[in-house]
Design a protein around this ligand. Structure first.
Ligand SMILES: [Fe+2]
Length: 385
């Protein structure tokens, strides 16, 4: 996150002696991104963060691809993904390209006997159902319905759920995920016309410092493999850190919609950007107020991007027969638009209570076998009268 955060105790100057009460040194770790050019954090550990004890199993979790070069629109019934006990096993990749993976998950239990680290993808976890606590080496974040949790690559974490009823929509991104550049000034501060500002961004607020030795299992995701690594010290042993690279939370309910006299294009809903896809939040808002306005969107040809819409809550005015938890995929190359009757139905309406997350990818998405299990094979014909 491009603003400064400090938690716990740190020395007055970086790369200088920082001593424990017994006189020995804390272990400093520079945690950088984009080589030494990107956002970074300096953290101070009770023990060396490098103590690999054993490398155990390594196995592939690559999704099985059902369809490449896809031109068919799909509807996926997300809530038909079966709940599973384990957080990692519950994650089902439904759409994927070389930049990102779109994942649905219904984990029933917290991560108990392992830690998790994704080495080469930022993870954006949208909480559709569930409450709990994201616990990381750089502090904890409480979460609830509507939260986006942004975990930068390399951050070791666990996730605690309060109940077994959890539904997550996750985007794994091999490109760094940022807030849109056009909403930030020269100094990185969010501008006046940004639909959210720094006050809406929740930073880690409690730091767990466990100075423990033993066997600590970290399941490390590298490309499409999970590697089980055992470390000799507890991964959450940081006494303090500062910098710009840390996990954070942002609630979709804190997104302030931008509206107009006539239909505003999707970029007004943009919440996150990468150089490979964007993420938009569609939130309850007033409709267009030109006397002859048509609130429903026009047909459009998304010739350069695959459009993925994840329906969260409310009434989805441009579609017939979509429900919470559904995903629509409108692939690049063919136009799509409102369903029959939706345009007429929208005229005269003054507001919408729809809540949805959109991911537009610049490279085509492959459809996985997991997606086929929950797909509605007739959706692509749903614009016929
Ligand atoms: Fe669209």
């Amino acid at each position: 996150m491009p603003f400064y955060h400090k938690l716990g105790n740190i020395p007055a100057k970086r790369h200088t002696q920082f001593r424990k009460p017994d006189g020995s040194l804390y272990y400093e770790q520079l945690f950088g991104t984009i080589g030494f050019d990107g956002m970074y954090t300096n953290s101070y550990h009770e023990q060396r963060p490098t103590q690999v004890k054993e490398i155990k199993k390594q196995y592939s979790v690559a999704p099985k691809i059902a369809k490449t070069n896809n031109i068919q629109s799909y509807r996926l019934k997300g809530f038909e993904v079966k709940p599973e006990i384990d957080f990692l096993e519950s994650r089902k990749t439904v759409l994927i390209n070389s930049d990102c993976a779109i994942i649905l998950a219904a984990p029933k239990q917290s991560t108990k006997d392992y830690f998790y680290k994704n080495t080469d993808a930022d993870e954006l976890i949208f909480i559709h159902k569930g409450t709990g606590k994201l616990r990381t080496m750089l502090g904890n974040l409480d979460f609830k319905y509507g939260d986006y949790l942004l975990v930068p690559r390399g951050i070791i974490y666990k996730i605690d759920f309060d109940t077994e009823d959890n539904r997550l929509f996750i985007v794994e991104s091999r490109r760094p995920i940022y807030t849109p550049k056009r909403y930030r000034n020269w100094f990185g501060q969010l501008l006046e016309h940004s639909p959210f500002c720094e006050r809406d961004i929740r930073r880690p607020h409690e730091l767990e410092t466990n100075n423990e030795s033993g066997d600590f299992l970290i399941k490390v995701k590298k490309q499409d493999d999970i590697i089980e690594m055992v470390y000799a010290s507890h991964p959450f042993d940081v006494v303090g850190y500062d910098g710009f690279n840390y996990p954070y939370a942002f609630s979709i309910h804190d997104f302030e919609p931008i509206t107009g006299r006539i239909h505003q294009p999707p970029p007004v809903h943009q919440t996150f950007e990468t150089d490979a896809f964007v993420v938009c939040s569609f939130v309850p808002r007033l409709y267009d107020y030109h006397p002859l306005s048509i609130p429903a969107p026009y047909n459009h040809s998304n010739i350069d991007s695959d459009e993925v819409l994840y329906y969260v809550d409310g009434d989805f005015m441009s579609r017939n027969d979509v429900a919470a938890g559904h995903i629509s995929l409108h692939p690049a190359g063919i136009p799509h638009g409102p369903h029959p009757g939706a345009t007429e139905r929208s005229i005269g309406k003054t507001k919408t209570d729809e809540l949805a997350v959109m991911v537009d990818t610049f490279k085509p998405l492959k459809v996985t076998e997991e997606a086929m299990k929950i797909s509605d094979d007739s959706y692509h014909k749903s614009w016929l009268e």
